[in-house]
Design a protein around this ligand. Sequence first.
Ligand SMILES: *[C@@H]1O[C@H](CO)[C@@H](O)[C@H](O)[C@H]1NC(C)=O
Length: 250
Amino acid sequence: MKLFSSFSVLASLISVLPTSHALIGADWSVTKVPLRGLNDITFPLTIVEADHISGYYFAQQFNFFGIADVGYTGLQPRPDNGGKSIVHGVFSSFVAGTTTTDPNCHTGADGGPGVSCAFEWNGEYNRTYDLEVKTSGNRLWVGTAVDTVAGTRIHIGSWTLPAGTGGILGSQVGFVEWYPWNNGEPQNHCAHLPYQKTIFGNPKTTNPGSVGTQHLAYEYGDCLGQVAFSTGKVASGMVNNCGFRGQTGR
Ligand SMILES: *[C@@H]1O[C@H](CO)[C@@H](O)[C@H](O)[C@H]1NC(C)=O
């Protein structure tokens, strides 16, 4: 799913996304962003608790100077393998004309133009990964997950935006989505939503003087008020949870 809107126009957002199965949105903003945007932004993300199954997508969206279409970076749970947990990292561009030579990436994003990149590793639950989106020039953007405990850098992917685009603008939204419902909903689906608890950290950038804030989450979509949603502030940003333990989404 794609959100082009923000908290202030949430009503119109819902009306333009009638088939979206996203559950939760959450605005972020950064101060003192240069007119042509930031060269780097980092979104800390912690999957505090979720079943080790595919289905949830925890993501942050961002926009670039000079173009309306968004990029995403985020994490998805996966089934364990060999007794070890697996995390799926995503880094996507929905900008037409984006190119890539990165082996983790392919052309196209959610059936439209753009580039999608993904990489899976033995990621840990309840561990913060700093999802870094950074350019060193020439419109080449690199997505990296930094393990904040081990200090390791996990390359998710890289792509080049078309001419005329600049840096990352100062506000957009994150989201929580249960994506299997995009292919059809089981009966009484909201009651079957698995539990998740995530922390969306305050965004960070190396741009001098800029301060990032992750705002509280909000529910939207067709399960509004039916998935035991909760959100609050924590020292590092925003915590949210929804869903029910023992459910599989089916
Ligand atoms: C996550 O980690 C925090 C702090 O290390 C701990 O207090 C909490 O119990 C953990 N939560 C889960 C679900 O493991």
